[in-house]
Design a protein around this ligand. Structure first.
Ligand code: KG4
Ligand code: ZN
Length: 503
Protein backbone atom coordinates (compact mmCIF):
# COMPACT_ATOMS: atom_id res chain seq x y z
CA UNK A 1 0.00 0.00 0.00
CA UNK A 2 1.35 3.43 -0.83
CA UNK A 3 -0.53 6.33 0.65
CA UNK A 4 0.65 9.77 -0.43
CA UNK A 5 -0.15 13.10 1.18
CA UNK A 6 -0.65 16.04 -1.16
CA UNK A 7 -2.37 19.42 -1.25
CA UNK A 8 -6.15 19.38 -1.55
CA UNK A 9 -7.30 20.41 -5.04
CA UNK A 10 -10.69 21.77 -5.97
CA UNK A 11 -11.41 18.57 -7.93
CA UNK A 12 -11.04 16.54 -4.71
CA UNK A 13 -13.88 18.38 -2.99
CA UNK A 14 -16.83 16.12 -4.03
CA UNK A 15 -14.98 13.06 -2.67
CA UNK A 16 -13.85 14.86 0.47
CA UNK A 17 -17.38 16.13 1.15
CA UNK A 18 -18.75 12.59 0.72
CA UNK A 19 -16.18 11.22 3.17
CA UNK A 20 -16.99 14.06 5.57
CA UNK A 21 -20.73 13.24 5.44
CA UNK A 22 -19.88 9.59 6.15
CA UNK A 23 -17.66 10.44 9.13
CA UNK A 24 -19.35 13.24 11.07
CA UNK A 25 -22.93 13.78 12.23
CA UNK A 26 -22.70 17.53 11.45
CA UNK A 27 -20.60 17.53 8.28
CA UNK A 28 -19.06 20.44 6.43
CA UNK A 29 -20.65 21.00 3.02
CA UNK A 30 -18.74 21.04 -0.29
CA UNK A 31 -19.27 24.81 -0.41
CA UNK A 32 -17.48 25.22 2.91
CA UNK A 33 -14.44 23.38 1.55
CA UNK A 34 -14.47 25.56 -1.60
CA UNK A 35 -14.50 28.66 0.58
CA UNK A 36 -11.59 27.38 2.64
CA UNK A 37 -9.50 26.89 -0.51
CA UNK A 38 -10.11 30.48 -1.62
CA UNK A 39 -8.68 31.96 1.59
CA UNK A 40 -5.13 32.91 2.49
CA UNK A 41 -3.34 31.40 5.50
CA UNK A 42 -5.01 28.04 4.97
CA UNK A 43 -3.38 24.68 4.25
CA UNK A 44 -5.45 21.66 3.26
CA UNK A 45 -4.17 18.22 2.37
CA UNK A 46 -5.54 14.86 1.30
CA UNK A 47 -4.22 11.34 1.79
CA UNK A 48 -4.50 9.41 -1.44
CA UNK A 49 -4.34 5.64 -1.90
CA UNK A 50 -4.34 4.35 -5.48
CA UNK A 51 -6.05 7.50 -6.76
CA UNK A 52 -8.68 7.33 -4.02
CA UNK A 53 -9.01 10.03 -1.36
CA UNK A 54 -8.90 8.21 1.99
CA UNK A 55 -8.32 11.09 4.37
CA UNK A 56 -8.05 14.86 4.55
CA UNK A 57 -7.33 17.67 6.94
CA UNK A 58 -6.88 21.42 7.06
CA UNK A 59 -5.41 24.16 9.18
CA UNK A 60 -5.98 27.92 9.29
CA UNK A 61 -3.87 30.66 10.79
CA UNK A 62 -6.47 32.99 12.28
CA UNK A 63 -6.17 36.60 13.42
CA UNK A 64 -4.47 35.58 16.67
CA UNK A 65 -1.57 34.06 14.64
CA UNK A 66 -2.26 30.64 16.13
CA UNK A 67 -2.88 27.61 13.96
CA UNK A 68 -6.33 26.10 14.23
CA UNK A 69 -6.74 22.54 12.99
CA UNK A 70 -10.08 22.87 11.25
CA UNK A 71 -10.74 19.31 10.32
CA UNK A 72 -9.04 15.90 10.15
CA UNK A 73 -10.63 12.65 9.05
CA UNK A 74 -9.64 9.23 7.72
CA UNK A 75 -12.02 6.81 5.95
CA UNK A 76 -13.12 3.97 8.26
CA UNK A 77 -11.45 1.21 6.18
CA UNK A 78 -8.12 3.06 6.34
CA UNK A 79 -7.88 3.83 10.02
CA UNK A 80 -5.13 2.49 12.32
CA UNK A 81 -2.54 2.70 9.53
CA UNK A 82 -0.86 5.89 10.65
CA UNK A 83 -2.57 8.01 7.99
CA UNK A 84 -4.11 10.36 10.57
CA UNK A 85 -0.70 10.89 12.12
CA UNK A 86 0.90 11.65 8.77
CA UNK A 87 -1.82 14.15 7.90
CA UNK A 88 -1.46 15.76 11.31
CA UNK A 89 2.34 16.03 10.97
CA UNK A 90 1.88 17.64 7.55
CA UNK A 91 -0.67 20.12 8.90
CA UNK A 92 1.59 21.10 11.78
CA UNK A 93 4.55 21.59 9.48
CA UNK A 94 2.45 23.70 7.10
CA UNK A 95 1.15 25.80 10.02
CA UNK A 96 4.68 26.38 11.18
CA UNK A 97 5.72 27.45 7.68
CA UNK A 98 2.79 29.90 7.67
CA UNK A 99 4.33 31.52 10.74
CA UNK A 100 2.28 30.03 13.59
CA UNK A 101 4.00 28.91 16.77
CA UNK A 102 1.03 27.39 18.65
CA UNK A 103 -1.75 25.10 17.54
CA UNK A 104 -5.24 24.48 18.86
CA UNK A 105 -8.23 22.33 17.97
CA UNK A 106 -11.49 20.91 19.26
CA UNK A 107 -12.06 17.19 19.44
CA UNK A 108 -15.22 15.27 20.26
CA UNK A 109 -15.21 14.25 23.90
CA UNK A 110 -16.46 10.80 22.89
CA UNK A 111 -13.53 10.21 20.51
CA UNK A 112 -10.62 8.87 22.61
CA UNK A 113 -8.72 7.61 19.54
CA UNK A 114 -8.48 11.11 18.11
CA UNK A 115 -7.61 12.60 21.51
CA UNK A 116 -4.78 10.09 21.87
CA UNK A 117 -3.50 10.96 18.40
CA UNK A 118 -3.32 14.66 19.32
CA UNK A 119 -1.66 13.90 22.65
CA UNK A 120 0.97 11.87 20.79
CA UNK A 121 2.16 15.06 19.06
CA UNK A 122 2.25 17.02 22.31
CA UNK A 123 -1.16 18.67 22.47
CA UNK A 124 -2.81 18.93 25.87
CA UNK A 125 -6.45 19.19 26.90
CA UNK A 126 -7.03 22.58 28.46
CA UNK A 127 -10.81 22.65 28.80
CA UNK A 128 -14.25 21.69 27.58
CA UNK A 129 -16.67 23.50 25.26
CA UNK A 130 -20.00 22.19 26.47
CA UNK A 131 -22.42 21.03 23.75
CA UNK A 132 -20.10 22.33 20.99
CA UNK A 133 -21.22 19.57 18.64
CA UNK A 134 -24.90 19.74 19.64
CA UNK A 135 -26.96 18.68 22.64
CA UNK A 136 -25.01 16.42 24.98
CA UNK A 137 -21.91 16.43 22.75
CA UNK A 138 -19.01 18.33 24.29
CA UNK A 139 -15.71 19.30 22.69
CA UNK A 140 -12.34 19.03 24.36
CA UNK A 141 -10.13 22.07 23.63
CA UNK A 142 -6.51 21.16 23.03
CA UNK A 143 -3.43 23.33 22.70
CA UNK A 144 0.21 22.69 21.89
CA UNK A 145 3.43 24.16 20.52
CA UNK A 146 4.39 23.60 16.93
CA UNK A 147 7.70 21.77 17.24
CA UNK A 148 9.30 23.35 14.17
CA UNK A 149 8.42 26.86 15.22
CA UNK A 150 9.85 26.22 18.64
CA UNK A 151 13.12 24.96 17.26
CA UNK A 152 13.48 27.33 14.34
CA UNK A 153 15.27 30.37 15.76
CA UNK A 154 17.46 28.28 18.01
CA UNK A 155 18.41 25.74 15.34
CA UNK A 156 19.15 28.51 12.88
CA UNK A 157 21.78 30.17 15.04
CA UNK A 158 24.39 30.34 12.31
CA UNK A 159 23.57 33.87 11.20
CA UNK A 160 24.63 37.03 12.96
CA UNK A 161 22.20 39.02 15.12
CA UNK A 162 21.83 42.62 14.02
CA UNK A 163 19.86 45.39 15.68
CA UNK A 164 18.94 48.00 13.07
CA UNK A 165 17.73 51.54 13.71
CA UNK A 166 15.98 53.84 11.23
CA UNK A 167 15.14 57.52 11.83
CA UNK A 168 15.68 59.24 8.49
CA UNK A 169 12.21 60.77 8.13
CA UNK A 170 9.05 60.52 10.21
CA UNK A 171 9.15 56.93 11.49
CA UNK A 172 11.25 55.83 14.45
CA UNK A 173 11.95 52.15 13.82
CA UNK A 174 14.03 49.29 15.17
CA UNK A 175 14.35 45.67 14.06
CA UNK A 176 16.36 42.61 15.02
CA UNK A 177 17.31 40.17 12.29
CA UNK A 178 19.34 36.98 12.22
CA UNK A 179 21.39 36.10 9.17
CA UNK A 180 19.64 38.62 6.90
CA UNK A 181 16.49 36.47 6.69
CA UNK A 182 15.08 35.66 10.10
CA UNK A 183 13.17 38.74 11.30
CA UNK A 184 12.94 38.45 15.09
CA UNK A 185 11.55 41.90 15.86
CA UNK A 186 10.12 44.78 13.88
CA UNK A 187 8.87 47.94 15.60
CA UNK A 188 7.75 51.15 13.90
CA UNK A 189 6.53 54.25 15.72
CA UNK A 190 4.96 56.65 13.25
CA UNK A 191 4.85 60.38 13.89
CA UNK A 192 2.40 60.97 11.07
CA UNK A 193 -0.32 62.41 13.33
CA UNK A 194 2.02 65.08 14.65
CA UNK A 195 2.84 66.26 11.13
CA UNK A 196 -0.64 65.90 9.62
CA UNK A 197 -1.97 69.25 10.72
CA UNK A 198 0.97 70.99 9.03
CA UNK A 199 0.34 69.13 5.78
CA UNK A 200 3.83 67.64 5.65
CA UNK A 201 6.80 66.52 7.70
CA UNK A 202 8.14 69.33 9.92
CA UNK A 203 11.87 68.64 10.48
CA UNK A 204 12.02 70.12 13.99
CA UNK A 205 9.06 68.06 15.13
CA UNK A 206 10.59 64.94 13.56
CA UNK A 207 13.85 65.34 15.54
CA UNK A 208 12.02 65.89 18.79
CA UNK A 209 9.69 62.94 18.29
CA UNK A 210 12.60 60.64 17.36
CA UNK A 211 14.37 61.66 20.55
CA UNK A 212 11.26 60.87 22.59
CA UNK A 213 10.57 57.54 20.92
CA UNK A 214 13.93 55.94 20.22
CA UNK A 215 14.65 54.34 23.60
CA UNK A 216 11.18 52.80 23.83
CA UNK A 217 11.26 51.56 20.24
CA UNK A 218 14.65 49.87 20.63
CA UNK A 219 13.63 48.33 23.97
CA UNK A 220 10.45 47.00 22.42
CA UNK A 221 12.46 45.43 19.58
CA UNK A 222 14.78 43.73 22.09
CA UNK A 223 11.67 42.45 23.95
CA UNK A 224 10.19 41.06 20.74
CA UNK A 225 13.48 39.42 19.84
CA UNK A 226 13.66 37.84 23.29
CA UNK A 227 10.21 36.36 22.76
CA UNK A 228 11.07 35.10 19.28
CA UNK A 229 14.19 33.41 20.66
CA UNK A 230 12.20 32.06 23.63
CA UNK A 231 14.47 33.76 26.13
CA UNK A 232 13.26 34.49 29.63
CA UNK A 233 13.43 38.23 29.03
CA UNK A 234 14.50 40.70 26.34
CA UNK A 235 17.49 39.99 24.14
CA UNK A 236 20.47 41.74 25.72
CA UNK A 237 22.71 44.12 23.77
CA UNK A 238 25.71 41.93 24.61
CA UNK A 239 24.20 39.09 22.50
CA UNK A 240 24.20 41.22 19.35
CA UNK A 241 26.85 40.85 16.66
CA UNK A 242 26.38 44.35 15.27
CA UNK A 243 24.36 47.54 15.45
CA UNK A 244 23.18 49.00 12.16
CA UNK A 245 21.79 52.44 11.47
CA UNK A 246 20.51 54.48 8.55
CA UNK A 247 23.13 57.21 8.17
CA UNK A 248 21.98 58.82 4.88
CA UNK A 249 20.01 60.32 3.07
CA UNK A 250 17.18 62.01 4.95
CA UNK A 251 16.37 64.88 7.26
CA UNK A 252 19.65 65.65 8.96
CA UNK A 253 18.13 66.46 12.35
CA UNK A 254 16.22 63.16 12.23
CA UNK A 255 19.19 61.05 11.09
CA UNK A 256 21.34 62.50 13.87
CA UNK A 257 19.06 60.99 16.52
CA UNK A 258 19.36 57.41 15.23
CA UNK A 259 23.07 57.71 14.47
CA UNK A 260 23.93 59.22 17.87
CA UNK A 261 21.94 56.53 19.64
CA UNK A 262 23.50 53.72 17.61
CA UNK A 263 27.00 55.11 18.20
CA UNK A 264 26.32 55.30 21.91
CA UNK A 265 25.19 51.68 21.95
CA UNK A 266 28.18 50.57 19.91
CA UNK A 267 30.54 52.40 22.22
CA UNK A 268 28.93 51.05 25.38
CA UNK A 269 28.84 47.44 24.15
CA UNK A 270 31.95 47.35 21.98
CA UNK A 271 29.85 46.01 19.07
CA UNK A 272 30.66 47.00 15.50
CA UNK A 273 28.57 49.67 13.80
CA UNK A 274 27.24 49.26 10.24
CA UNK A 275 25.95 52.24 8.23
CA UNK A 276 23.14 51.74 5.75
CA UNK A 277 21.95 54.00 2.95
CA UNK A 278 18.19 54.38 3.30
CA UNK A 279 17.62 53.78 -0.42
CA UNK A 280 19.55 50.53 -0.29
CA UNK A 281 17.18 49.60 2.53
CA UNK A 282 14.17 50.10 0.26
CA UNK A 283 15.74 47.76 -2.30
CA UNK A 284 16.50 45.16 0.38
CA UNK A 285 12.86 45.22 1.55
CA UNK A 286 12.28 43.39 -1.74
CA UNK A 287 15.32 41.13 -1.41
CA UNK A 288 14.16 40.14 2.06
CA UNK A 289 10.50 39.56 1.14
CA UNK A 290 11.00 37.86 -2.22
CA UNK A 291 13.91 35.45 -2.80
CA UNK A 292 13.41 35.75 -6.57
CA UNK A 293 14.76 39.32 -6.46
CA UNK A 294 18.33 39.08 -7.76
CA UNK A 295 20.69 41.24 -9.75
CA UNK A 296 20.89 42.47 -12.38
CA UNK A 297 17.86 44.44 -11.27
CA UNK A 298 16.25 47.84 -11.59
CA UNK A 299 14.51 49.48 -8.63
CA UNK A 300 12.06 52.36 -8.71
CA UNK A 301 12.11 54.14 -5.36
CA UNK A 302 9.17 56.46 -4.87
CA UNK A 303 8.26 58.11 -1.59
CA UNK A 304 7.65 61.47 0.01
CA UNK A 305 11.37 62.18 -0.12
CA UNK A 306 12.71 60.35 -3.17
CA UNK A 307 11.94 59.43 -6.76
CA UNK A 308 14.76 57.53 -8.37
CA UNK A 309 15.52 54.72 -10.73
CA UNK A 310 18.46 52.62 -9.62
CA UNK A 311 20.36 49.91 -11.47
CA UNK A 312 21.97 47.16 -9.39
CA UNK A 313 24.09 45.13 -11.84
CA UNK A 314 25.42 42.91 -9.04
CA UNK A 315 25.07 42.65 -5.28
CA UNK A 316 26.17 45.83 -3.56
CA UNK A 317 26.88 47.78 -6.74
CA UNK A 318 24.52 50.66 -7.54
CA UNK A 319 24.15 53.17 -10.31
CA UNK A 320 21.48 55.83 -10.03
CA UNK A 321 19.97 56.09 -13.49
CA UNK A 322 17.92 59.17 -12.74
CA UNK A 323 16.16 61.14 -10.05
CA UNK A 324 13.58 63.84 -9.75
CA UNK A 325 14.83 67.31 -10.52
CA UNK A 326 12.32 68.88 -8.14
CA UNK A 327 9.44 67.27 -6.20
CA UNK A 328 9.32 63.61 -5.20
CA UNK A 329 6.31 61.57 -6.34
CA UNK A 330 4.80 61.29 -2.85
CA UNK A 331 5.40 65.00 -2.32
CA UNK A 332 3.38 65.75 -5.47
CA UNK A 333 0.50 63.65 -4.12
CA UNK A 334 0.75 65.43 -0.76
CA UNK A 335 0.82 68.91 -2.29
CA UNK A 336 -2.13 68.33 -4.60
CA UNK A 337 -4.16 66.90 -1.70
CA UNK A 338 -3.25 69.93 0.40
CA UNK A 339 -4.46 72.35 -2.29
CA UNK A 340 -7.74 70.45 -2.46
CA UNK A 341 -7.99 70.57 1.34
CA UNK A 342 -8.07 66.78 1.59
CA UNK A 343 -5.58 66.19 4.41
CA UNK A 344 -2.21 64.50 4.85
CA UNK A 345 -0.68 62.25 3.69
CA UNK A 346 -2.25 62.90 0.32
CA UNK A 347 -1.26 59.70 -1.50
CA UNK A 348 -3.73 57.30 0.11
CA UNK A 349 -6.55 59.89 -0.05
CA UNK A 350 -6.02 60.81 -3.70
CA UNK A 351 -5.55 57.22 -4.85
CA UNK A 352 -8.81 56.23 -3.17
CA UNK A 353 -10.66 59.10 -4.87
CA UNK A 354 -9.00 58.23 -8.17
CA UNK A 355 -10.70 54.84 -8.15
CA UNK A 356 -14.00 56.61 -8.85
CA UNK A 357 -12.65 59.08 -11.41
CA UNK A 358 -11.82 59.07 -15.09
CA UNK A 359 -8.04 59.11 -15.68
CA UNK A 360 -8.60 60.59 -19.15
CA UNK A 361 -10.86 63.44 -17.95
CA UNK A 362 -8.11 66.07 -17.80
CA UNK A 363 -4.99 65.92 -19.93
CA UNK A 364 -2.24 66.90 -17.50
CA UNK A 365 1.35 67.20 -18.78
CA UNK A 366 3.60 64.11 -18.76
CA UNK A 367 6.80 66.00 -17.98
CA UNK A 368 10.01 64.56 -19.42
CA UNK A 369 8.26 61.41 -20.60
CA UNK A 370 10.20 61.55 -23.85
CA UNK A 371 13.30 63.29 -22.53
CA UNK A 372 15.42 60.28 -23.43
CA UNK A 373 16.91 60.06 -19.95
CA UNK A 374 15.80 58.87 -16.53
CA UNK A 375 15.20 62.23 -14.89
CA UNK A 376 11.78 63.11 -13.49
CA UNK A 377 10.12 66.46 -12.90
CA UNK A 378 6.92 66.70 -10.92
CA UNK A 379 6.60 70.35 -9.95
CA UNK A 380 5.17 71.29 -13.36
CA UNK A 381 2.39 68.77 -12.88
CA UNK A 382 1.57 70.26 -9.50
CA UNK A 383 1.39 73.72 -11.11
CA UNK A 384 -0.82 72.37 -13.90
CA UNK A 385 -3.22 70.98 -11.30
CA UNK A 386 -3.28 74.37 -9.52
CA UNK A 387 -3.90 76.19 -12.78
CA UNK A 388 -6.70 73.82 -13.65
CA UNK A 389 -8.38 74.39 -10.28
CA UNK A 390 -8.12 78.16 -10.58
CA UNK A 391 -9.40 78.08 -14.14
CA UNK A 392 -12.45 76.02 -13.16
CA UNK A 393 -13.15 78.26 -10.20
CA UNK A 394 -13.00 81.37 -12.35
CA UNK A 395 -15.38 79.79 -14.85
CA UNK A 396 -17.76 79.05 -11.97
CA UNK A 397 -17.58 75.30 -12.50
CA UNK A 398 -17.41 72.81 -9.70
CA UNK A 399 -14.32 70.65 -9.58
CA UNK A 400 -14.86 66.95 -10.09
CA UNK A 401 -12.37 65.78 -7.46
CA UNK A 402 -12.34 62.06 -8.42
CA UNK A 403 -11.69 62.97 -12.08
CA UNK A 404 -8.95 65.35 -11.06
CA UNK A 405 -7.36 62.77 -8.74
CA UNK A 406 -7.51 60.05 -11.40
CA UNK A 407 -6.09 62.30 -14.12
CA UNK A 408 -3.28 63.56 -11.89
CA UNK A 409 -2.41 60.02 -10.77
CA UNK A 410 -2.41 58.77 -14.35
CA UNK A 411 0.00 61.52 -15.41
CA UNK A 412 2.40 60.45 -12.64
CA UNK A 413 2.04 56.75 -13.48
CA UNK A 414 2.53 57.15 -17.23
CA UNK A 415 5.92 58.77 -16.78
CA UNK A 416 7.07 56.31 -14.10
CA UNK A 417 6.07 53.32 -16.22
CA UNK A 418 7.68 54.65 -19.41
CA UNK A 419 11.00 55.30 -17.66
CA UNK A 420 10.94 52.03 -15.73
CA UNK A 421 10.33 50.00 -18.89
CA UNK A 422 13.17 51.77 -20.62
CA UNK A 423 15.51 51.18 -17.70
CA UNK A 424 14.71 47.48 -17.61
CA UNK A 425 15.21 47.12 -21.36
CA UNK A 426 18.43 49.12 -21.53
CA UNK A 427 20.11 47.45 -18.59
CA UNK A 428 18.97 43.91 -19.37
CA UNK A 429 17.66 43.49 -15.83
CA UNK A 430 16.11 40.15 -14.82
CA UNK A 431 14.19 41.63 -11.89
CA UNK A 432 12.38 44.85 -11.16
CA UNK A 433 11.36 46.06 -7.72
CA UNK A 434 9.43 48.94 -6.27
CA UNK A 435 9.99 50.62 -2.93
CA UNK A 436 8.88 53.60 -0.84
CA UNK A 437 5.51 54.81 0.38
CA UNK A 438 4.11 55.47 -3.10
CA UNK A 439 4.60 51.76 -3.84
CA UNK A 440 1.32 51.40 -1.92
CA UNK A 441 -0.46 52.89 -4.92
CA UNK A 442 -2.42 50.04 -6.51
CA UNK A 443 -2.77 51.68 -9.89
CA UNK A 444 1.01 52.19 -10.05
CA UNK A 445 1.73 48.61 -8.97
CA UNK A 446 -0.67 47.25 -11.56
CA UNK A 447 0.57 49.48 -14.37
CA UNK A 448 4.23 48.57 -13.70
CA UNK A 449 3.47 44.86 -13.43
CA UNK A 450 1.40 44.92 -16.64
CA UNK A 451 4.18 46.73 -18.53
CA UNK A 452 7.23 44.88 -17.18
CA UNK A 453 6.19 41.26 -16.62
CA UNK A 454 5.55 40.64 -20.33
CA UNK A 455 9.24 41.47 -20.90
CA UNK A 456 10.08 38.28 -18.99
CA UNK A 457 11.31 40.26 -15.99
CA UNK A 458 10.37 39.27 -12.44
CA UNK A 459 8.39 42.09 -10.79
CA UNK A 460 8.42 42.42 -7.00
CA UNK A 461 6.37 44.70 -4.79
CA UNK A 462 6.96 44.15 -1.07
CA UNK A 463 4.10 43.99 1.42
CA UNK A 464 2.86 47.41 2.53
CA UNK A 465 4.52 47.12 5.93
CA UNK A 466 7.89 46.93 4.16
CA UNK A 467 7.12 49.66 1.54
CA UNK A 468 6.90 52.47 4.05
CA UNK A 469 9.91 53.24 6.20
CA UNK A 470 10.91 50.48 8.61
CA UNK A 471 14.05 49.02 10.15
CA UNK A 472 13.60 45.43 8.88
CA UNK A 473 14.77 46.62 5.47
CA UNK A 474 17.74 48.38 7.08
CA UNK A 475 18.66 45.16 8.91
CA UNK A 476 18.43 43.16 5.66
CA UNK A 477 20.76 45.61 3.90
CA UNK A 478 23.05 45.71 6.94
CA UNK A 479 23.45 41.92 6.79
CA UNK A 480 25.01 42.26 3.37
CA UNK A 481 27.37 45.04 4.52
CA UNK A 482 28.23 43.17 7.72
CA UNK A 483 29.25 39.91 6.07
CA UNK A 484 31.44 41.90 3.67
CA UNK A 485 33.25 43.43 6.60
CA UNK A 486 32.02 46.98 6.13
CA UNK A 487 32.01 49.01 9.34
CA UNK A 488 31.16 52.57 10.23
CA UNK A 489 33.65 54.47 12.38
CA UNK A 490 32.48 55.93 15.66
CA UNK A 491 33.44 59.33 14.27
CA UNK A 492 31.12 58.99 11.25
CA UNK A 493 28.51 61.68 10.71
CA UNK A 494 25.11 61.29 9.06
CA UNK A 495 24.46 63.04 5.78
CA UNK A 496 21.26 64.56 4.41
CA UNK A 497 22.34 63.61 0.92
CA UNK A 498 23.97 60.43 -0.21
CA UNK A 499 23.34 58.81 -3.54
CA UNK A 500 23.74 55.06 -3.45
CA UNK A 501 26.58 55.21 -5.96
CA UNK A 502 29.05 56.54 -3.40
CA UNK A 503 28.67 53.47 -1.20
O1 KG4 B 1 8.27 56.00 2.26
P1 KG4 B 1 7.35 56.88 3.01
O2 KG4 B 1 6.51 56.26 4.12
O3 KG4 B 1 8.08 58.08 3.68
C1 KG4 B 1 9.07 58.81 3.01
O4 KG4 B 1 10.25 58.39 3.04
O5 KG4 B 1 8.66 59.83 2.43
O6 KG4 B 1 6.38 57.55 1.93
C2 KG4 B 1 5.33 58.44 2.25
C3 KG4 B 1 4.75 59.00 0.97
C4 KG4 B 1 3.77 60.13 1.22
O7 KG4 B 1 4.12 61.22 0.38
C5 KG4 B 1 2.43 59.55 0.81
O8 KG4 B 1 1.52 60.50 0.30
C6 KG4 B 1 2.82 58.54 -0.23
O9 KG4 B 1 4.03 57.98 0.26
N1 KG4 B 1 1.81 57.50 -0.42
C7 KG4 B 1 1.13 57.31 -1.56
C8 KG4 B 1 0.21 56.26 -1.31
N2 KG4 B 1 0.38 55.85 -0.03
C9 KG4 B 1 1.37 56.61 0.50
N3 KG4 B 1 1.22 57.91 -2.74
C10 KG4 B 1 0.39 57.53 -3.71
N4 KG4 B 1 -0.53 56.56 -3.56
C11 KG4 B 1 -0.66 55.91 -2.38
N5 KG4 B 1 -1.58 54.96 -2.25
ZN1 ZN C 1 11.86 55.82 2.65
Amino acid sequence: MSVTIRRLAETDIPLVAALEAETFPDPWTAKMFVEELSQASRAWFVAEDDGLVVGYGGTAILADDDAHIMNLAVAPAHRSQGIGRRLLDTLMRAASELGAQRVTLEVRAENPVATALYESVGLESVGIRPEYYGPGRDAIIMWGDLPDAERRPVADDSGELILAIESSCDETAAAVMRGGRDLLANVVASQIDFHARFGGVVPEIASRKHTEAIVGVVDEAMEQAGEALRLDGPLSFSELDAIAVTDRPGLIGALVVGVAYAKGLAMATGKPLVGVNHLEGHIFANVFADPAVKPPLVALLVSGGHTSLVHMPEWGVYRTLGETLDDAAGEAFDKVAKVLGLGYPGGPILSKLAEKGDPAAINFPRAMMKSGDYAFSLSGLKTAVLTHIRHEEQAGREIDVPDLAASFQQAVIDVQVAKAVRAVEETGAVAFCLGGGVAANHALREALTAAIEPLGVHVSVPPMSLCTDNAAMIAAAAHYRYVHGERLGLDAEPSARGPLDTL
